[in-house]
Design a protein around this ligand. Structure first.
Ligand SMILES: Cc1cc2nc3c(=O)[nH]c(=O)nc-3n(C[C@H](O)[C@H](O)[C@H](O)COP(=O)(O)OP(=O)(O)OC[C@H]3O[C@@H](n4cnc5c(N)ncnc54)[C@H](O)[C@@H]3O)c2cc1C
Length: 191
């Protein structure tokens, strides 16, 4: 049976593992931490089938448990190098070297952040990066929306349904499309 190593045990890695297992492959999952949801303290309530809200950590843990229940091997380790010889991949981690017929990268992605004081401290505690994910928590509240382009405009349209107290901060950039909400064009120095 073909062995496939999946790097990442977030929602993408675990979902891929479940479908690969059911398709007759032998998936093996390696993850180093809880990924994007690692430090997400707010209860998540917008996934299908949740009978009670879960923190990011609990959601990731239940995904890993589900995979294990279905007979998938899941380990915690950090992949530090990948190599391939004669069609066989070598996956080097901090503790082992694994071999596989294929490797699937499900390592998530870095989000754009702001290099200003306070950003790291308040991320997840009032600072959010996704209106669809978190806008609900700020309904009827005063929101400072940082951005200037098409993405900001889309987030603004979403948030307007939840509150009418929004100010846009462009962080020194020119606004790509005008808007009727208040706009502050200065560079942001602190939060
Ligand atoms: C603050 C916040 C709130 C969010 N809220 C919601 C929400 O309410 N609803 C919603 O649907 N989505 C939400 N999201 C988005 C959701 O978290 C992501 O879309 C999802 O986690 C992406 O899944 P993923 O598997 O692609 O990546 P991740 O979940 O980031 O997983 C990446 C995996 O790769 C592993 N990895 C990376 N490098 C290595 C390496 N070298 N070796 C081993 N393993 C490695 C990590 O350990 C991790 O297991 C939110 C995201 C954030 C940040």
């Amino acid at each position: 049976m073909k062995r496939i190593v999946i790097i990442g045990y977030g929602p993408a890695g675990i979902s891929a593992a479940i479908y690969l297992k059911r398709s007759g492959f032998n998936p093996f999952v390696i993850g180093k931490d809880y990924g994007a949801l690692e430090n997400y303290p707010k209860p998540i309530d917008n996934y299908y089938g949740l009978t009670a809200p879960k923190t990011g950590k609990e959601l990731i843990e239940s995904g890993i448990e589900q995979a294990k229940r279905l007979g998938i091997e899941v380990v915690t380790d950090t992949v530090i190098a990948l190599d391939e010889k004669d069609g066989i991949f070598e996956i080097e981690t901090l503790f082992h070297t694994y071999r596989a017929n294929a490797v699937l990268l499900a390592t998530g992605k870095q989000r754009t952040t702001l290099d200003i004081p306070g950003f790291k401290t308040f991320r997840g505690k009032g600072i959010s990066l996704c209106a669809t994910c978190d806008g609900y928590f700020y309904r009827k509240k005063r929101i400072g929306l940082i951005g200037y382009g098409a993405y900001m405009k889309r987030e603004l349209e979403y948030l307007r349904r939840l509150t009418d107290k929004i100010t846009v901060f462009t962080h020194g950039h020119d606004l790509e499309n005008d808007t009727d909400v208040p706009v502050v064009r200065d560079k942001i120095r602190t939060l």
